[in-house]
Design a protein around this ligand. Structure first.
Ligand code: ADP
Length: 169
């Protein structure tokens, strides 16, 4: 890496984003102000069974971040630290909600640090009103035909409503 690119702070924001919520987007927009580039990357080999395909998640994220010029959208499989190295990123961005996230996130960040000393995890907290939102509760509400518009962006809201309609017909 030359001197100039060493000074550019690139962060990876990895996750399942199944689907992306307003909580994720809040963390992302704060991250975009702190780092030169943020790559939001959908993990392909997550053990969680997906509701949306990786392609659908990437597409929805692209629509949500179109006004954030230093944010890129991608997907990856394998180890997050290896993906980060490939992208010349030195930061992993993660969101923290309640204390319940902490233990899992701490374990994950320490594992990643043990795998690569040069890559540090930065945690950001959302605005209190987004603190309780999770992709799983969004899916749960959607399955029961509830209103998810307070939890996701309008693009995601419309897409998910249509998807459920098509599945049920
Ligand atoms: P993962 O399957 O890796 O946990 P998620 O898509 O569920 O992926 O979440 C990605 C990151 O965003 C995680 O760090 C998670 O803690 C964080 N996150 C999820 N929802 C919120 C929220 N409402 N506020 C802040 N951070 C959040």
């Amino acid at each position: 890496m030359d001197k100039k690119s060493e000074n550019i702070k690139i962060a990876i924001y990895p996750g399942s984003f199944d689907p992306i919520t307003l909580g994720h987007l809040d963390v992302l927009s704060d991250g975009a102000k702190m780092f030169d580039r943020v790559i939001i990357a959908v993990l392909k080999n997550s053990s969680k069974k997906g509701f949306l395909t990786v392609e659908e998640r990437v597409q929805l994220i692209k629509e949500c971040v179109k006004d954030l010029p230093n944010v890129e959208v991608d997907s990856f499989d394998g180890l997050t630290v290896e993906y980060a190295k490939k992208k010349n990123a030195t930061i992993l961005l993660r969101g923290l909600r309640a204390v319940s996230d902490f233990e899992y996130e701490m374990q994950l960040s320490q594992t990643n640090r043990a795998l690569s000393e040069d890559i540090k995890t930065v945690f950001l907290m959302t605005k209190p009103e987004y603190n309780f939102i999770s992709s799983s509760t969004v899916k749960e509400i959607l399955m029961h035909n509830g209103d998810i518009s307070k939890f996701v962006s309008p693009e995601v809201n419309d897409y998910l409503i249509n998807k459920v309609k098509n599945v049920n017909n």
